[in-house]
Design a protein around this ligand. Structure first.
Ligand code: IMP
Ligand code: MG
Length: 173
């Protein structure tokens, strides 16, 4: 498997700082209830929350695990909650933190679920957006990078549980 650098660590760091600025401005005087989608968004979320804290934003985070890709590079189309929310979202200003949006099925499902659970607002922050294969429209509030139709790994994102530890984002050939 060949790995080619798509986004450098330096560019990721810069982008995370920009996103944090935007988010902290938008959530001024509001408590952010962050929901990080495991596993892929873990590293991104930690870095983003560090920057948000540095800007004095009020952030509480919880994790959720959703499954769509059943160990392959093609979306299975069906979304399951593998690890559910440990706290209710009723009345909360939710910020969903995700690594990548591809078909959109995962985030479409999850946003709908959060509103059904009583969230006051739901905004979505993705590190990468792969619009080429979108099947359903999802409003993205914060986007790090728009990427071409390639399978990517690194900075938390995996291919069959491999390459998450890469400090940059690469595409697989
Ligand atoms: P969606 O439901 O098709 O938008 O899929 C979103 C999920 O698919 C992401 O959270 C990833 O887990 C996975 N995914 C989609 N594209 C890639 C990729 O290029 N590399 C790694 N995982 C991907
Ligand atoms: Mg993901």
């Amino acid at each position: 498997m060949n790995l080619n650098v798509l986004i450098s660590r330096e560019d990721i760091d810069k982008k995370i700082k920009e996103l944090a600025k935007q988010i902290s401005r938008d959530y001024k005087n509001k408590d952010i209830f962050a929901i990080t989608v495991l596993e892929g968004a873990k590293i991104f979320s930690e870095e983003l929350r560090k920057e948000l804290k540095a800007l004095n934003a009020s952030v509480e985070n919880t994790f959720v695990k959703l499954s769509s890709y059943a160990n392959s590079t093609e979306s299975a189309g069906k979304i399951k909650i593998v690890r559910g929310l440990e706290k209710g979202v009723k009345g909360k200003e939710v910020l969903v933190i995700e690594d990548i949006i591809d078909t959109g099925l995962t985030l479409h499902f999850f946003k709908d679920y959060l509103f059904k659970q009583g969230a006051k607002s739901v905004r979505i922050c993705v590190l990468t957006d792969k619009p080429a294969r979108r099947k359903i429209n999802v409003k993205l509030d914060y986007v790090g990078f728009t990427i071409p139709d390639k399978f990517i790994v690194g900075f938390g994102i995996d291919c069959k549980e491999q390459h998450r530890e890469l400090p940059y984002i690469a595409y697989v050939e």
